[in-house]
Design a binder for this molecule. Sequence first.
Ligand SMILES: [Zn+2]
Length: 120
Amino acid sequence: MKQLKKANGKKQQKKPISAEKSEEAMIGGIIEGSPDAVGVAVLRLACGCRKMAAVDKEGEPASKVIIYRDNSLNVCDQCKEDDGAYIRVRESFIHWIEPAPEPERQEIIAGKVFGTVPTH
Ligand SMILES: [Zn+2]
């Protein structure tokens, strides 16, 4: 089903989130190992751990899901238990590889990647 709804002609402006320095290093490594990637989905968990995965132009995973914690060898106990459950995702965004896909394409990919993630 295709939905192209226009919300009163007003476009919802979301403030773009960008990668932090420590995340950029991780993103760079993921991109290097994922030749099909057009971007890297970054999920910031409430506990402080990060979950990342490369996505291809169809919005399919282009790498393994990586979960890590800054300055730590291991993720926290909670993540060990639930593998970084979506319910604990605090922020999520896609870091696009330059040149980034067209905005329409970005929306399709983001919808596919985050489609199952509850937004609040
Ligand atoms: Zn954690």
